[in-house]
Design a protein around this ligand. Structure first.
Ligand SMILES: Cc1cc2nc3c(=O)[nH]c(=O)nc-3n(C[C@H](O)[C@H](O)[C@H](O)COP(=O)(O)OP(=O)(O)OC[C@H]3O[C@@H](n4cnc5c(N)ncnc54)[C@H](O)[C@@H]3O)c2cc1C
Length: 425
């Protein structure tokens, strides 16, 4: 079902992008996601898995570079278009939509460094790739440190000598990395490259992190078993291990003095994308419930003709529109400015993930027993939605951080806005 978009400012190009993404979501993402959801994590990444033709098709269509600006070889979408496409892809499947974005993280980050050499190594080949042979991941979370990683502003974040599970030690012109990242690294099991967040100055505690971009075929890198989880089972996840991995200094793009600010910038972007995907899921649940209620007859007439059902469906519709409005405001702000206003993206992420879970839950209730059956989509939507309240930061921890930002910076003024200028690449 094609969902009406109330934004009268959408251009013909926006509408064409939306229609194409919707068709891809319906014809390719939905059936792939259903198959992957029923497979073991090992089978999902094995040769012959439907994951591979899906990725190749997505790369051929250019969806792997949807975040990358045109001067660097990307699709060059504006923030509203990113939102539109992300929402459509996640209508197909939240997990696969996340997978496609994650795979671009190294190339995306490299193009903001302004470093020609890194752009040539990490961004250009990725944008030219059409066979899905280059895929990245983001390795931040560690077995002993989840929410700690986004504890900017909290005393523990700066506490010296906090032990992390992964450490980078300087050795001349190189860094030597030892330790591991948690099983939560999205795309980790199939990634060829990683954006690695790793402690490099233990005297600064967790704030003493650096960010590296690196290929994962370096000697000493290995991977754990892919993770088995309740929802977003089509999003492959797994540990990364590092044993005396030697990395040239040129791969370090952020040093500890800028780490906290960079994390905040990343959250400002990533949370607005999470909110876009959550909007897509909220809409998928609404669509399923609406269609079912028109067909299912109880009390001698379709469910849709019962007064209370109309009210319940309307509440689902209102949640979709709330998600979309808040998300578009956040993404439009934070993809256009530097360093970003994280509280807007956090408000959008927290609200949209909560509302998408409510919609999935209500869809199950409206389908009755059928809602619990694997024959219908809504039980998968519920499981996928549940994961989103933890993904990219637990909602409570994000709210705490958003609260800090408010007390530190409000009232904001328009002079706080610094427009992002990507130049000519
Ligand atoms: C689907 C999915 C995809 C993900 N993808 C990636 C990825 O690509 N790369 C990556 O690095 N990570 C990824 N993550 C990890 C994710 O970022 C972490 O799961 C998240 O930050 C929470 O960390 P945690 O799971 O260790 O929970 P914990 O931090 O252990 O939190 C447990 C509970 O304690 C609460 N809590 C934690 N700290 C505090 C505090 N100081 N005060 C009060 N309450 C607190 C939390 O709100 C939560 O309820 C992913 C997670 C999911 C679910």
């Amino acid at each position: 079902m094609d969902y009406f978009d109330v934004n009268l400012d959408l251009s013909d190009e926006d509408l064409a992008l939306k229609a194409a993404a919707h068709q891809f979501a319906k014809e390719v993402i939905r059936p792939t996601a259903k198959a992957l959801d029923e497979m073991t994590p090992e089978a999902v990444i094995a040769d012959g898995s439907p994951l591979w033709p899906f990725l190749r098709k997505a790369y051929e269509l250019g969806y792997h570079k949807m975040l990358i600006p045109e001067p660097f070889g990307g699709m060059g979408l504006n923030p509203l278009q990113v939102n539109i496409v992300m929402e459509e892809l996640a209508w197909g499947s939240f997990g696969l939509a996340v997978h496609l974005a994650t795979t671009s993280f190294v190339a995306y980050t490299a193009c903001f460094t302004g470093n020609e050499e890194l752009i040539k190594e990490f961004t250009t080949p990725y944008c030219e790739c059409t066979d899905a042979s280059i895929r990245s991941c983001w390795g931040g979370t560690e077995p002993d440190h989840g929410s700690d990683m986004i504890g900017m502003g909290e005393a523990f974040f700066y506490e010296p000598n906090v032990r992390t599970n992964c450490l980078a030690r300087r050795d001349g012109d190189e860094w030597v990395i030892n330790g591991q990242k948690a099983a939560w690294v999205s795309g980790g099991p199939i990634a060829t490259h990683c954006q690695l967040h790793v402690q490099s100055d233990p005297s600064m505690g967790i704030s003493g992190f650096s960010i590296f971009l690196l290929p994962l075929d370096l000697p000493g890198v290995s991977k754990g078993k892919p993770l088995n989880k309740i929802g977003q089972r089509d999003l492959t996840q797994g540990e990364l291990f590092f044993e005396d991995v030697r990395v040239p200094d040129k791969y370090r793009i952020v040093a500890p003095d800028m780490y906290g600010a960079m994390e905040e910038g990343i959250l400002s972007l990533a949370n607005s994308w999470m909110a876009s995907w959550a909007t897509g899921l909220a809409r998928a649940a609404f669509d399923e419930a609406l269609t079912y209620c028109k067909e299912r007859v109880q009390g001698g007439r379709p469910l849709a003709e019962h007064y209370t059902i109309k009210q319940r469906i309307f509440e689902m519709f209102a949640r979709v529109e709330t998600c979309r409005a808040l998300t578009r405001a956040a993404i439009n702000l934070n993809m256009n400015i530097a360093p970003g206003f994280p509280e807007y993206s956090m408000a959008a992420k927290i609200t949209a993930t909560k509302l998408c879970l409510e919609n999935a839950n209500d869809a199950i209730q409206l389908l009755g027993g059928n809602g619990l059956s694997k024959e219908y989509l809504v039980e998968k939507l519920f499981r996928d939605a549940r994961a989103s309240l933890i993904e990219d930061g637990n909602n409570e921890v994000l709210a705490r951080h958003g609260g800090h930002t408010l007390f530190d910076t409000y009232p904001r003024s328009r002079s706080d806005i610094v427009k992002l200028d990507l130049g000519e690449g």
